[in-house]
Design a protein around this ligand. Structure first.
Ligand SMILES: *Cc1c(COP(=O)(O)O)cnc(C)c1O
Length: 394
């Protein structure tokens, strides 16, 4: 059984029934649980005895029967200790170990499991690629019908994953139109709008990153978390997990500082934060490496800016060249093959150290959101020589 009590529309405080299957045009919907009952029935030892996947946290997820979940073993990814930048207490949570190669699997697994229980089988979403890949693959496993709109200049890995899964995949040239294209499709076809923050369950899946961080740090939290931010769903979800764990009394009441990175060619949240504004303006001229950080008008922007200020955080814009240099550094020194989005966290950490926003000795966690294998076409070019076997023999 699930402890889900109801769903809340955060902006208005409106109550939405727990079994609702339509959410209209509303955005920023959050699941509320009966945490008093969780506290009474569940303890941390029971969590620790669960499966090595996101499903160990079933009591804090919206799915009634976790035994029937649509799962490929997503989550419970390692926090790898590293000596990068000479720091003493630095870890990287490696989301590249997930089934489709990014943390987006967590959201697809939870949301599609919940929607199957609710009898919802037809979905539409826009995605810069990784969410489309995850949703398409998990929808195939669920026997659900998924329509994805992805950027025409997106990653070939995502295209292949989404299309080979049998989903309907369409390319879109003008990415600024993505939200309205999906709104029109969902209105005309009755598909559920599964875009980030348009429905409540993706957040619940991404929340498991935060639950894992707490458990893997021995039910405490790091001092700082650095996260590569697009739409902002991931960060909001991680801090939602922390708030729930604090209410449960499972971790001390001390939130980590949030440090975000965005590409300098699409950095609406970094810009608004640095200018001291409480909402962001849509970003006009997008210039980013193909991948998961291309959200010119993030729906969660206002809430994320609030979170940055509430936690005493910081925000950095990273160039493509800095991101790729960080990929090389992580591969060459740590043996970790990160995606460029994930590697921006190392570049951001370097800036935070030089500004004094982070100090050596603090417990810092970087989130590498996906494997570098998803991003081969944008990786630094490598030139290799062919070995001359004839010359060796002589
Ligand atoms: C989606 C994605 C991001 C951004 O995450 P948000 O939750 O949208 O902020 C970062 N990195 C990768 C690899 C992604 O796929």
């Amino acid at each position: 059984m699930s402890y889900l009590a109801h769903i809340e529309h955060v902006a208005s405080g409106a109550y939405i029934a727990r079994d609702a299957t339509t959410f209209g045009e509303r955005a920023l919907l959050e699941c509320r649980y009966d945490l008093a009952a969780v506290r009474r029935d569940v303890d941390r030892d029971r969590i620790a005895a669960g499966p090595a996947s996101i499903w160990r946290y079933a009591p804090l997820l919206p799915v009634e029967d976790a035994g029937q979940a649509i799962t490929l073993g997503e989550g419970f990814t390692p926090c790898v200790k590293t000596r990068a930048l000479g720091l003493d207490n630095l870890w990287i949570k490696d989301e590249g170990r997930n089934p489709s190669g990014t943390f987006k699997d967590r959201a697809a697994s939870v949301a599609l499991s919940r929607y199957r229980e609710l009898g919802v089988e037809r979905f539409a979403l826009n995605s810069t690629g990784n969410a489309a890949a995850a949703w398409a693959l998990y929808a195939a496993r669920a026997g659900a019908d998924c329509l994805c709109v992805i950027p025409a200049d997106g990653q070939p890995s995502c295209r292949a994953q989404a299309a080979l899964s049998g989903a309907r995949v369409y390319l879109l040239d003008d990415w600024h139109a993505a939200g309205s294209v999906i709104a029109a499709i969902t209105r005309d076809t009755g598909r559920l709008n599964a875009c980030a923050l348009r429905e409540p369950y993706r957040t619940e899946g991404k929340k498991t990153i935060g639950l894992e961080i707490a458990e893997q740090f021995g039910w405490t939290l790091p001092d700082v978390i650095v996260y590569p931010t697009g739409g902002g769903l991931g960060t909001l979800a991680i801090w939602k997990a922390f708030d729930e764990l604090i209410t449960l009394g499972w971790i001390p009441d001390r939130l980590p500082r949030l440090v975000i990175t965005q590409y300098d060619g699409c950095a609406p949240i970094v810009k608004a934060f640095r200018e001291g504004r409480d909402d962001c303006e849509p970003w006009r001229d997008i210039d980013v490496l193909a991948g998961g950080m291309k959200s010119p008008a993030p729906i969660g922007g206002r809430k994320l800016l609030e979170l940055l200020r509430r936690t005493g955080g910081a925000a950095y814009a990273i160039t493509a060249a800095e991101a790729l240099a960080a990929v090389r550094e992580l591969a060459g020194r740590e043996g970790l093959f990160a995606c460029p989005e994930g590697a921006t966290t190392l570049a951001g950490l370097r800036k935070a150290l030089s500004e004094g926003a982070i100090k050596n000795g603090e417990r810092v966690l970087l989130v590498n959101t996906g494997t570098g294998l998803k991003s081969l076409p944008v990786m630094p070019e490598v030139r290799l020589e062919t070995i001359d076997v004839g010359a060796l023999a002589s």
